[in-house]
Design a protein around this ligand. Sequence first.
Ligand code: GLU
Length: 553
Amino acid sequence: MADNNDLAELLFPDVTLTIDDLEKKYPLRNLPEGAQVTRFAPSPTGFLHTGSLFTAMISRTVAKTTGGVYFFRLEDTDTKRTIEGSGDLLLEQLHQFGIDADEGYTPNGDVGAYGPYKQSERKEIYRAVIKELIRRGRAYPDFCTPEDLDKIRASQEANKVLPGYYGIYARDRNLSVEQRIEKIKAGTPWVIRFKSMGDHDKKTKFTDAIRGEIELQDNDTDVVILKSDGLPTYHFAHVCDDHFMRTTMITRGEEWIPSTPIHLDMFRALGWKAPKYAHIPSIMKLDHGNKRKLSKRKDAEAAVSYFLESGYPAQSLLVYLMSIANSNFEEWAIANKTFDLSKFQFKIKKMSLDGALFDIDKLNYFSKEIIARMPLEELFAAVKEYASAHDAEFAARIGKNPEFVKKILNIERDRKNPRKDYAKFSDIYPLTKFFYADLWEEIIKKPLPFKESIDKATVKEILLASASEMVFGVDEYTWFSGVKALGEKFGFASSNKDYKEHPENYKGSVSDTAEILRVAITGSTQSPNLHEILEILGKEETSRRLTKVAESL
Ligand code: GLU
């Protein structure tokens, strides 16, 4: 009589590799106690999503903070959804965020001893394990056509029971070995299913590193593990790969929670110790008052490229994501006066369970802090790179006079409380256009926002007097004393306090005097430090601007 060994030989005649061989080839990793082996395992189906970056960042951080290993595995078994080249693109995008793996798939070949790290190259491993499962009677060929499966589904609908290939609905589960062999020999197409011994009326319990104990219905579905194209399904590939790659913690999206009993069922069937699971919460968005998952179709922020193209430094997005991951991060960053993520002690247990709401204001807040603290040369290089990719006009101006741009970027930078004007590199050019004489000419063609309450004749007098009398090359205090004195000459209080006490005695305060100068020079009532602006423009250009505006009034 034929047995499962004969079945296994018939299905996989060429497979000589065994589970034992694999156990030897991929030995347990020699790591200190507590060190975690984590991975990021995307499918090459498109660009890097913000949620995936979040997951990858956490995976890497867990490994780094425990002295473990973080690797990258490409899960390319769904050939219909695979987009050529997107695996390499994902790696490149991760690299832009500094999320580089210790080992894994790379476009130039694998790095590390636990590969191949691309699932389509691991067929021999999957086939070896499946052959063994067939021998042990824990996997079997299923000959159902799509139409057969439709019929099963229809009967389940009619009986008002859950859909799926389980129990009495698992049509080919109880075929005899002879029947199986006969069908295979007749050339009937097959897939391989896992034979579950689970009981739907029982529970599977596991401890999630983020969520604590989770109890779910036991798996009793005989899921497909090997498809007709010879590639495994996610369920099986995950179990097999994470076992032989010696992963200790699975950090993956929370959408996988419901499938976990399937995975634990397989780990049990194989007699393997299951890794820890940490199901990462999804990033949510408020949409007309409703919380929903960030959607790759609806939301620009779902793609990390959106942030880079908008001109956010990569670090800003990472810092923002870390603030979602551990709510104590912000307090730590402020107390330690640093946004250096490598210094932060991330704790997976402290992750919030609720999907965090994406908050662009919070991202802008962090990003302003980060840009303000960047050393000048680093900021200049980043701005230059950003402009050459996204803003040809600004790039040309940087190319023509880099020192001028550096001076602009350096305004109120090198100090304890640096100025926080820019949340992204793309904010810089629009806010600094007035520095360029030709663009300033355009700005002053529009009505300038001088205060209505101050008569134009006075404005004109102040501008003309400043054009000839303003002092340059002095410190800000001395310069401002000059502005005060000049205002006084034309009836403005030299301090805001004097003005507030007796507004009837003055045309305005010293702030109004300064604002008149600011409006003429920048076209706006708001600008960075005026003294620094004037020093950058120089005496001649300042005087030309003040005179030109005065004459136009
Ligand atoms: N390829 C799966 C995905 O992209 C990976 C899930 C996991 O990390 O195990 O969702």
